[in-house]
Design a protein around this ligand. Structure first.
Ligand code: SF4
Length: 291
């Protein structure tokens, strides 16, 4: 609440982006693990099931802990996250006698399938993305190193001699904004032979990003709060989009909110990464409304 010039209290308004929060892939992964736990299943998730610390805590409360390597699984079932894993991980898990609960997103599996087909057709593969991201590791870990490149910056694209590659197929990490990597892809297109771009940006990410851009340009909105996990790439992208235009703050939940950010603001914009559960978004909105 703020005092108006006439001494009356007026409420801050919270305006949500037109599209935000859980995407279909994460919603399905979350549901699959919850159903498994509700039936008394005992399992461990390899890496965070989705990049959100609150979801990880929730899973642990349900008895499904998070581990960082297959060897650390003591339960009968291993859960593979929405980001997917290298195909060899399935063999390793089975070899250790583990059941697999696979929550890999359909769109991630599309890239696994298409990259395999491109490789079989003789293409050199280029993945635009973060080499440390689990999704990208899933695509590349089992490949012959000479069969692919992972590129994310103009400097990297410039430093590679593309001339030996007569046919290249480009895949984007699903959560990227392809426009931001246009210059990187153009360098490859100028220097290699035939270059084909895969249409692999996830629609859910793009919709959240487009809606964040609209929110950031909304003249009514003074400040934006972006909700999501600290390891979530798509949440960071949303934050970057918002703070290009407006003061924007990244929080994991209501307890991270700082009232000082909102001083003088009338309308607070709200958006959330695709791994942020609905209840966290509601909590933050309620906390903002109460400030
Ligand atoms: S962001 Fe897209 S690709 Fe990633 S899990 Fe969600 S729906 Fe799947």
């Amino acid at each position: 609440m703020f005092l108006s010039p006439f001494g009356l209290q007026r409420a801050m308004k919270v305006k949500r982006a037109a599209k935000y929060g859980f995407c279909s892939g994460v919603r399905i992964a979350d549901l699959k693990v919850k159903r498994f736990a509700a039936k008394g299943g005992r399992g461990a998730i390899l890496g965070q099931v989705v990049h959100n610390e609150r979801v990880v805590e929730e899973m642990e409360q349900l008895g499904v802990r998070t581990v960082n390597e297959i060897g650390a699984v003591e339960e009968p079932t291993i859960v593979f996250s929405a980001h997917g894993v290298p195909p060899s991980f399935h063999d390793t898990a089975r070899g250790r006698g583990l059941e697999i609960l696979d929550t890999t997103c359909k769109f991630v599996y599309d890239i696994h399938r298409e990259s395999k087909q491109a490789l079989a057709a003789g293409d050199h593969l280029v993945f635009i993305g973060d080499p440390k991201h689990r999704e990208v590791i899933g695509y590349t870990n089992d490949l012959e190193p000479s069969s692919y490149h992972i590129v994310s910056t103009i400097e990297e694209a410039e430093s590679i001699d593309w001339t030996p590659y007569t046919r290249i197929k480009i895949f984007y990490q699903t959560t990227l904004n392809s426009e931001e990597f246009e210059d990187v892809v153009r360098i490859i297109e100028r220097r290699a032979g035939t270059v084909e771009r895969g249409d692999t940006i996830c629609y859910a990410t793009k919709e959240n990003q487009d809606a964040a851009r609209v929110l950031a340009h909304d003249p009514e909105v003074d400040v934006i709060v972006v909700i999501g996990g600290t390891k979530s790439a798509n949440t960071k992208h949303l934050w970057d989009i918002c703070r290009e235009t407006k003061p924007a703050y990244l929080v994991q939940g209501a307890s991270d909110l700082d009232p000082a950010w909102l001083a003088g603001a009338n309308v607070i914009g709200l958006t959330a990464g695709s791994s942020t559960p609905d209840y966290v978004i509601d909590e933050v909105e309620q906390a903002l409304a109460a400030m």
